[in-house]
Design a protein around this ligand. Sequence first.
Ligand SMILES: O=C(O)[C@@H]1C=C(O)[C@@H](O)[C@H](O)C1
Length: 149
Amino acid sequence: MRQTILVLNGPNLNLLGEREPAIYGHDTLADVEAMCRAVAEPAGFTLDFRQTNAEHEMVDWVQQGRTGLAGIVINPAAFTYAAYPVLDALKLVDCPVIEVHISNIHRREAEWRSRSIMTQVVTGIISGLGVHGYPLAVQHLIWRIGRGA
Ligand SMILES: O=C(O)[C@@H]1C=C(O)[C@@H](O)[C@H](O)C1
């Protein structure tokens, strides 16, 4: 049975909690990782939680996870809008992928920030629920596995 859930975070999320807290909140990325572990590990899943500011590294990680994972949770951050290499790598993935945004991107700058290129290749998207979107995405992947989806 597939046991690992990969959580990928894009640029500037390493500064979560410090960066524009009015939009992204005061929780740190370590807090988010702990929230995700608290859901995954009691259910018997391994959590692999990563962040990068480098597009090529995110491409490498998605490629490495294209087979054998229970699921991927990805907050592409600013890669959401034009990182076509990440989009193309996600197309190769054989597991469910949940796109997460802390903010509601559909209520932000309409001309660009609400237009994710990733949404066309992922299973589903959670946006605007703050950092709680992450553990909800992990819970959904566990639920899918339990139903044999
Ligand atoms: O809400 C979020 O988590 C996303 C995070 C970012 O860093 C932005 O570039 C996105 O536009 C929104």
